[in-house]
Design a protein around this ligand. Structure first.
Ligand code: KIV
Length: 267
């Protein structure tokens, strides 16, 4: 069996310049495949809202949605670290709510860590959750739960003021005890500066190749969703075409009486 991924192992990977891989999963079977292949971190992302529940953004995802899917993911995993994404309004209200909800991911769902969005403004929550013994992953740059405040899903950190704030936010999260930070959609030079400025692993998505690791939504990597493919996505397969072909073959074989054949029948 593969070595269990822990926060200590991830810190060693950064020190040793070993790249870290993270992918999303929302169900048992996908999680089991990702774990067996050897992905380091499995994120039960609130992208669940778009990918699984058909919402336009992540804002309507609830704690109960997240716990339900995190439980399923945890059942499929042996060695990867499972990170539960704290949904909108589960940590913003106050420190006590944040701690209570973070605790649910570990106690009810069996995750090993939680992720939440924001920098300085959530540092008190990160500090409290970490002090309770729960590893926290930060999320900076394009933070989808603030989509309306950002005026859409746009690259962040292009202006000097924003750059300085992102760099400072990363340092504040590290000081508050975060074990890692997702950095989404920022210019590659800024991502490089942030990666060098902190000692915790920076996991990039649309943040260039100098980050300590990379994360993608698994369905994007597999080419299952082609309505909109962001610039930072590389499709390693075109599963939507393959699924459509298989289902279309099934329909035609059922209609023509070719399936089931003798091979699939009981005597
Ligand atoms: O919700 C999610 O899937 C995420 C990743 C894209 C980082 O936050």
């Amino acid at each position: 069996m593969r070595e269990k991924i822990t926060v200590t192992k991830l810190a060693k990977m950064k020190k040793g310049n070993e790249k870290i891989t993270m992918l999303t999963a929302y169900d048992y079977l996908t999680a089991k495949l990702l774990d067996e292949i050897g992905v380091d971190l499995i994120l039960v992302g609130d992208s669940l809202g778009m990918v699984v529940l058909g919402y336009e953004n992540t804002l309507a995802v609830t704690m109960d949605d997240m716990i339900h899917h995190t439980k399923a993911v945890v059942k499929g995993v042996e060695s990867s670290m499972v990170v539960g994404d704290m949904p909108f309004m589960s940590y913003q209200i106050n420190v006590d709510e944040a701690l209570k909800n973070a605790g649910r991911f570990l106690q009810e769902a069996g995750a090993q860590a939680v992720k939440l969005e924001g920098g300085e403004e959530v540092a008190d929550k990160v500090d409290k959750i970490v002090k309770a013994g729960i590893p926290v992953m930060g999320h900076l740059g394009l933070t989808p739960q603030s989509v309306h405040q950002m005026g859409g899903f746009k690259v962040q950190g292009k202006e000097e003021k924003q750059k300085k704030k992102l760099l400072k936010d990363a340092q504040i999260l590290e000081e508050a005890g975060a074990f890692s930070i997702v950095l989404e959609c920022v210019p590659k030079e800024l991502a490089t500066d942030i990666t060098k400025a902190v000692s915790i692993p920076i996991i990039g998505i649309g943040a260039g190749r100098e980050c300590d690791g990379q994360v993608l939504v698994t369905q994007d990597l597999l080419g299952m969703y082609d309505k909109f493919v962001p610039k930072f996505v590389k499709q390693y397969a075109r599963l939507s075409n393959e699924i459509k072909r298989a289902v279309s073959d099934y329909i035609s074989e059922v209609k023509t009486g070719k399936f089931p054949s003798e091979e699939q029948e009981f005597c």
